[in-house]
Design a protein around this ligand. Structure first.
Ligand code: MG
Length: 375
């Protein structure tokens, strides 16, 4: 089998309601992605998705399209898509960075192999460790009362883990939000504040001190991604585990964080981390050092969510909490049928071969704002 051409679609779909993130990312009204179709001479089409959010990622949808056209695609065309290790090595040598574009390519290659051999991707990754996973529900930044309404609604839907976005308000307000959530829901929900790099180290330490009697179950990425020393200081003072998200882009980041003992939990995102091959490497290395994985999500549509689910279902070292497979539920629409894997805040293995998702071509057309074909 040979790769014959790539098609890339920059899509944009609004959220059901605007999503208030940290100071660094502001309020998001639309999710953007680049959908990849990798075509083969056997008629099999692999699906991939690149989920950028600058300044979370260095990439943007436009950069993904240009770098794929100019640098990545020439290394793929006419090659055998089933030899993923060989293609990964060629791309590692020929492409610097651009992990989100790389991620879309890698998940599309797995989709092709799964479809060619008529097996689901989780079998290619070693088979199931879990037959289902609980979901976490995210809430944006709000007042304690707004948070309580949002968390109660998630509880009613069956969620038992909530990710509370922080990092937009003064630290005294964030402490009040945390204490209020813990007092109201601490006995029935796991609480994960995520500051998305929104705090100075001094503010994060103030938060840790302020909530020491009302500790969350996990604290994610309180400070800037590169500040490993700051993460260590926070981790040493905290009464709960510390998760890294923006600090963990590459496998080399994973090695540094492990060496420096700067985190307890890795937030894995298949798009951010450059695809399934690299995410497997990060997750399995973490396991050797007793670091657990949270299967997390960018503002993702169903293709990346499916790839992430296939991986999460195989991993023995997941945190005992909900995982982020609800991304499409907060969008006004999706271009896939991934939502059918979700029921009552639980996600189950996708059926069918490859990634096991169907692309809705009409919706893809409707939401596409930029398109290129490379052959
Ligand atoms: Mg995060």
């Amino acid at each position: 089998m040979r790769i014959t051409k790539l098609e890339l679609f920059h899509i944009s779909i609004p959220f059901k309601k605007p999503y208030k993130l940290s100071k660094k990312y502001g309020t998001q009204t639309h999710a953007h992605a680049v959908i990849f179709k990798i075509h083969t001479d056997a008629g099999i089409v692999g699906l991939g998705e690149s989920d950028t959010l600058n300044p979370f990622t260095a990439e943007t949808p436009s950069s993904v399209m240009v770098v794929t056209r100019d640098i990545i695609a020439p290394l793929l065309i006419n090659q055998d898509p089933t030899q993923i290790a060989m293609l990964e090595a060629a791309l590692d040598q020929g492409v610097s960075g651009n992990l989100s574009a790389r991620g879309a390519v890698n998940m599309a290659l797995y989709d092709i192999v799964g479809k060619a051999y008529n097996v689901p991707v989780y079998l290619l990754l070693g088979g199931l460790k879990h037959t289902q996973l609980p979901l976490l529900g995210p809430i944006g930044s709000g007042t304690p009362d707004e948070d309580a309404d949002a968390i109660e609604a998630l509880y009613e839907e069956g969620y038992r883990t909530v990710m509370i976005k922080m990092g937009a308000l003064p630290i005294a307000d964030e402490i009040k939000r945390m204490i209020s959530a813990k007092q109201r829901f601490g006995d029935r929900m796991k609480l994960i504040p995520d500051a998305n790099q929104g705090w100075e180290t001094s503010e994060a330490l103030e938060f840790v001190n302020g909530v020491k009697d009302h500790a969350p179950d996990l604290l994610e990425q309180p400070i800037r991604s590169w500040d490993i020393d700051g993460l260590k200081r926070i981790r040493n003072r905290m009464a709960c585990p510390l998760a890294v998200d923006e600090s963990l882009m590459t496998a080399q980041d994973a090695a540094t964080i492990i060496r420096e003992r700067a985190a307890d939990v890795f937030s894995i995102k298949v798009s951010k981390n450059g695809g399934l091959t690299k995410s497997v490497q990060i997750a399995q290395t973490a396991g050797l050092f007793d670091i657990k994985c949270l299967m997390n999500s960018m503002l993702e549509f169903g293709i990346t969510q499916a790839a992430s689910l296939h991986l999460g279902l195989t991993l023995p070292n997941l945190v005992d909490m909900g995982h982020a497979y609800m991304s499409v539920l907060r969008m006004a629409d999706d271009i896939t049928d991934f939502h059918r894997n979700i029921s009552h805040a639980v996600v189950t293995p996708p059926e069918g071969s490859g990634l096991g998702i169907a692309l809705n071509e009409d919706k893809l057309k409707k939401y596409t704002q930029d398109y290129i074909k490379i052959q």
